[in-house]
Design a protein around this ligand. Structure first.
Ligand SMILES: Nc1ncnc2c1ncn2[C@@H]1O[C@H](COP(=O)(O)OP(=O)(O)OP(=O)(O)O)[C@@H](O)[C@H]1O
Ligand SMILES: [Mg+2]
Length: 170
C-alpha cells in the first residue's frame, strides 16, 4: 500500500501551516525489497487545529509523521516546520529543533526502560539542561492520571499507561 492523495486524507487547511509537506516521496530499501511508502504527498497541517491522518495499515502515516517531524528524511520533496525547511538543517540543528519545537508520541512509545515514569516525563528538559517547572509537570501528571505510577518503570506499566507517559513527555 502506498500513500497518495487518495489514500491519505487530511483536513483541508485554513490559515497558516504549522507543518507543510510538499511532493513528499519516501522510498525504503532498494531493488526487490524497495517500498515506496510516500508517493507525492502534499499536505498542510494548520496552526491551532487537530488534524487526523487516516489510512490503512502500511499506507504511510507513520512515515509521513517521522519525516514531517525531522526524525527521518524524505527521498525527495520537502518538509517544513513553519518557515524552516528541515532539509537545510544539519544534524545538530535538527536535534535542537526536535527537542525544542516538536513533541512526539511514538506508535511504539520509545520510553527509556531504565528511567522511572517521572524521569521519562522530564527527560526533554533534563537533556536541554533546563530547570523543570514542577507545578507544570504536576498538572500534566494529574491530567493524564499517572500520579500513583511516577516511580514505576515503563516495563511495569500497562500499554495505555505507557502511552500516557509518552503523551505527558510530549
Ligand atoms: N524501515 C523500513 N524499511 C522498509 N520498509 C518500511 C520501513 N518502515 C516502513 N516501511 C514500509 O513502508 C510502508 C509504510 O509504513 P508506515 O509505518 O508509514 O505505515 P502506517 O500507515 O503507519 O501503518 P500502521 O497503521 O500499521 O501503523 C509499509 O509498507 C511498511 O512496511
Ligand atoms: Mg504507523
Amino acid at each position: 500500500m502506498t500513500a497518495t492523495g487518495q489514500h491519505l486524507r487530511t483536513a483541508a487547511a485554513a490559515g497558516p501551516a504549522a507543518v507543510r509537506v510538499v511532493d513528499a516521496v519516501k522510498v525504503y530499501g532498494r531493488g526487490d525489497t524497495e517500498v515506496r511508502a510516500l508517493d507525492g504527498v502534499s499536505v498542510d497541517f494548520p496552526v491551532g487545529r487537530f488534524t487526523a491522518v487516516m489510512g490503512p495499515s502500511g499506507s504511510g502515516k507513520s512515515t509521513l509523521m517521522h519525516c514531517a517531524a525531522g526524525l527521518d528524511t524524505l527521498t525527495s520533496g520537502a518538509a517544513l516546520l513553519g518557515d524552516t525547511d528541515l532539509a537545510t538543517l544539519d544534524d545538530r540543528r535538527l536535534t535542537l529543533l526536535r527537542r525544542d519545537r516538536i513533541g512526539f508520541v511514538f506508535q511504539a512509545f520509545n520510553l527509556l526502560p531504565t528511567l522511572t515514569v517521572a524521569e521519562n516525563i522530564t527527560l526533554p528538559s533534563a537533556l536541554a539542561g533546563r530547570p523543570v517547572d514542577q507545578e507544570h509537570v504536576d498538572r500534566i501528571v494529574d491530567t493524564v492520571g499517572l500520579r500513583d505510577r511516577l516511580h514505576h518503570r515503563p516495563g511495569e506499566l500497562s500499554g495505555g499507561q505507557q502511552q500516557r507517559v509518552a503523551v505527558a513527555r510530549a
